[in-house]
Design a protein around this ligand. Structure first.
Ligand code: FEO
Length: 395
């Protein structure tokens, strides 16, 4: 499949309807994804990014139906990660001397991944490449989300090729933002931001301000995953500025794992206590052994506070809780409050461990947490409700 994006810009990527896990097993993709590659045929022809390796042969075969590969003058590699560069080895077998424009880090990473001495042309912010009547301008975007990332802007058509930024893992046969279900689209956008871009939020704000400072007209944003923003593309930039600014909604998320249901009962009683005291706040519960971790992280991103729950096992915490704590440490959430709870039989270290880890991950710990021995009785359930009330009062 290929289609016209605008004037002489053609989409020549791959829609991956089957994808359910990305980055190995690290990111769930409930709605599939796409690897967007764009062919711009002006006086000169440029190819922007490729697709993931498993689709390399299919990609090159399709591209050959669109253009004689020898007519491609320039390859632009906005980002070296495998999902965009994976088809380069197959493509370069056909056109080994074609220059690849990328950042200095991009060349370093591509060499590290593919061990090829391709014709790399290093570009920096502000460098231009003429396609004839139109120019490509490069804008480095280091750590959004890899050191090599860059944007490419096509003059006259006013199209920004943003690579991963502003993208989503979302397969759609229509590929334009105004043609898809808006709730699905924005759910995938916020999940993408929460799980991938959160640690780089200060850089996101800086980079967006820098790009806006160029006062470039903007008609479309062509991302490397998911739909193309052609209807009011500024809307996703505004969302990014909002999300990057320590985003939170009026929500508390309770994340737990449980061995014999006691910690689950605690979670539900605490939730009931929160709601008794504040019926405006949204409360969501996730058993981390059963929930999708990336969906759970998205809810953490939306929360003003979280509560972590775990039974004590072998003087420690349950493994699914430990895994999520490890992830949220790396995501560097800011300005969120936290508490912890759990049932225990004899030693009961889980609450202390969770609070220490949350504290080390930048959460503001607002109390000592709540421990209940064995199964909660009516008195313990009241204690859980009271804890929920006190917790929400303390926010
Ligand atoms: Fe879509 Fe960072 O690769």
């Amino acid at each position: 499949m290929e289609f016209i994006v605008k004037n002489n810009i053609q989409w020549v990527g791959k829609i991956d309807w089957e994808l359910r896990k990305f980055h190995g097993d690290e990111y769930s993709t409930h709605r599939g994804s796409s690897y967007n590659s764009y062919l711009i045929q002006e006086e000169k022809t440029a190819l922007i990014d490729t697709v993931w390796g498993p689709f390399a042969k299919e990609y090159v075969e399709n591209l050959q139906k669109v253009i004689d590969l020898k007519k491609i003058d320039f390859i632009i590699a906005c980002h070296s990660e495998n999902d965009h560069s994976g088809a380069l080895p197959e493509l370069m077998k056909h056109i080994p001397d074609t220059p690849i424009y990328c950042t200095k880090n991009g060349a370093r990473i591509l060499k590290g991944l593919y061990h090829q001495d391709w014709n790399f042309q290093i570009v920096k912010t502000g460098d231009k490449l003429s396609l004839g009547n139109k120019d490509l301008t490069f804008i480095e975007a280091p750590m959004l989300h890899w050191p090599d990332s860059m944007f490419t802007y096509l003059s006259s058509d006013a199209v920004l090729f943003s690579n991963d930024a502003f993208g989503q893992h979302y397969a759609s046969e229509v590929m334009f933002n105004d043609r898809v279900d808006q709730a699905e689209l924005f759910q995938e956008c916020i999940k993408y931001y929460a799980n991938i871009l959160t640690p780089f939020s200060s850089l996101v704000i800086k980079k967006i301000k820098e790009v806006l400072g160029f006062n470039l007209p903007l008609d479309m944003i062509c991302t490397s995953h998911g739909i193309i923003w052609r209807d009011n593309p500024a809307q996703i930039i505004e969302k990014y500025l909002e999300w990057a600014d320590n985003y939170q909604e009026n929500q508390i998320t309770i994340l737990y794992d449980t061995m014999w249901d006691s910690t689950r009962i605690m979670a539900e009683e605490i939730a009931a206590g929160i709601k008794e005291r504040d019926d405006q706040v949204t409360v969501k519960l996730f058993n981390l052994a059963k929930a999708d971790k990336n969906d759970a992280i998205t809810e953490v991103f939306k929360s003003k506070a979280i509560l972590m729950g775990s039974s004590t096992i072998n003087n420690g915490i349950l493994v699914h809780v430990a895994a999520l704590l490890e992830e949220i440490k790396g995501l560097k959430f800011k300005k969120k409050k936290a508490g912890a709870f759990g049932s225990y039989g004899w030693s009961g270290e889980a609450v202390k461990i969770m609070l220490e880890r949350l504290d080390n991950s930048g959460f503001d710990i607002i109390d000592q947490g709540l421990r209940i021995i064995w199964a909660p009785d009516e008195e313990s359930k009241l204690a859980c409700r009271a804890y929920g009330k006190t917790f929400v009062e303390g926010l």
